[in-house]
Ligand binder design. Structure first.
Ligand code: 5AD
Ligand code: SF4
Length: 441
């Protein structure tokens, strides 16, 4: 059993976990293959953030069983943690169930699988460790992820993450810096720092640690790593987001001028029921810091509509927040009930129809704002990292520091060989989400 196939769902943390899991397996002599047909071991890294995640996982596991009887199956990630040993009951063909807080134990768990054990689990959340691997199989040649903090100590009333990823654990500043330097050696110029809540990153070795500025300190240090051109980070929690982060971005153009700061709701009463630990005014203050920065910072957000008890007036407050925020883009979600979460106790749930209505209203408002805001970018020259070539449109695909997509034509077309390079492009066309342009030298 040396060939494995892995399928991954969920957030960037999950995508990067899979890169580390793949590295761990390859380091043990396994070979990754592109289809379940070619594999003896089938791994499934799951997400349970919304909707009927569990049902989907079991349906997929049934499909695997039908088409690949006799192979070894492993379930990883958030559904593994959430459902635990129940997975063996509902899907007896599965031999291994491992949550992300136990990935450090993978080598030992693999030994158990290799010797034929049928019920191998890694489900403890009681850990102070982070998952660090000697080998990581990164598949994006331009941008490399670095985990800086795992788990989450918040308890947002709607969210499964505290139950699926365990308590907060930071890596050390030194090991993060070491990894950044190694990535530069490997040829990467852009890195993205990852964590459920990067702003709570802590390292007692940092001068003045515990003052809430450790993450800003880390950003400044990473921004100085020779050879790095771009540093991004996600995701931020407004409660722990300090102005020093904006100052650090102002000081160093290597730190990308994009901040994802999920608001979830524009209403203080809803935020309180969500246990988000900040008010509308406190969030507005953070918007002021970003709007007041010397560099123009693109702000993006997540929003939940139809949280239990959300009144029309509370929803209106979210609508009006959009006018202040001027989000560059936004993910809107309809509230969905998740196992174990505190919000399940609320009894005033909103109907699906009403959630959909609010979803569409918000979406339309944001879309109109994006069309207006993006039109202001016309004729601007932007630096882009070229991430691909679109042969259908004969355009290079570029990403700006603000994380906007700018597709552009070049007089030499594909021959210009721009992949992985930084180029200047002028914006000639704007729409609600992406922009078109031409090379500008
Ligand atoms: N229902 C709807 N959206 C949710 N999110 C997290 N949990 C839920 C839920 N139960 C959204 C939040 C979060 C994003 C990753 O997913 O907006 O920021
Ligand atoms: Fe999904 Fe949340 Fe787990 Fe990421 S942390 S995989 S979004 S449930």
């Amino acid at each position: 059993m040396k060939r494995f196939y892995i399928e991954t769902f969920g957030c960037q943390m999950n995508a990067h976990d899979s890169e580390k899991v793949i590295g761990t397996l390859v380091g043990r002599g396994y070979e990754q293959v592109a289809t379940p047909e070619a594999a003896e071991l089938i791994m499934y890294n799951t997400c349970s953030i919304r909707d009927k995640a569990e049902q989907k996982v079991f349906a997929r596991l049934q499909e695997f069983k039908r088409n690949h009887a006799g192979k070894t199956f492993a379930v990883l990630g958030c559904v593994a943690q959430q459902e635990g040993e129940k997975i063996f009951e509902k899907a007896p063909h599965v031999s291994m169930v491992v949550g992300s807080a136990s990935y450090n134990r993978l080598p030992e768990l693999l030994v158990q699988i290799e010797r034929g054990d049928k019920r191998v689990t890694g489900l403890s959340l009681d850990t102070e460790d982070t998952f660090e691997t000697p080998l990581t199989r990164r598949d994006n040649p331009h941008k490399a992820y670095i985990t800086i903090i795992e788990g989450c100590d918040k308890s947002c009333a709607y969210c499964v993450v505290p139950f699926t990823r365990g308590p907060e654990r930071s890596r050390t500043l030194e090991s993060v810096l070491r990894e950044a330097r190694e990535l530069v050696q490997m040829g990467y110029t852009e890195i993205q720092l990852l964590g459920q809540n990067v702003n709570s990153f802590r390292d007692a070795a940092i001068p003045g640690s515990e003052s809430g500025h450790d993450f800003a300190y880390l950003l400044r240090r990473i921004g100085e790593v020779p050879g790095l051109r771009r540093v991004r980070f996600t995701t931020s929690h407004p409660r722990d987001f300090v102005k020093d982060i904006v100052d650090a971005i102002d000081e160093n153009p290597v730190l990308c001028n994009h901040i994802h700061l999920p608001v979830q709701s524009g209403s203080t009463t809803v935020l309180s029921r969500m246990q988000r630990l900040y008010t509308r005014d406190e969030y507005l203050r953070r918007l002021e810091w970003m709007h007041g920065a010397k560099r123009e910072i693109a702000i993006t957000s997540d929003l939940i509509v139809g949280f239990p008890g959300e009144t029309e007036a509370e929803f209106e407050e979210t609508m009006s927040l959009l006018d202040y925020a001027r989000y560059e883009s936004m993910y809107i979600f309809k509230y969905s009930r998740r196992p174990n979460t505190p919000a399940l106790q609320y009894d005033d749930h909103i109907t699906e129809e009403e959630k959909t209505r609010r979803f569409l209203i918000l979406q339309e408002k944001q879309r109109a704002m994006q069309i207006r805001q993006n039109a202001e970018l016309l004729n601007r020259v932007e630096e882009v990292l070229v991430e691909g070539w679109n042969s259908a449109t004969s355009q290079w695909i570029g990403k700006t520091s603000q994380n906007r997509t700018l597709n552009f034509v070049h007089p030499h077309g594909r021959e210009a060989n721009l992949l992985g390079q930084y180029a200047q492009a002028r914006v000639t066309r704007t729409g609600p989400s992406s922009m078109g342009g031409e090379a500008a030298e």
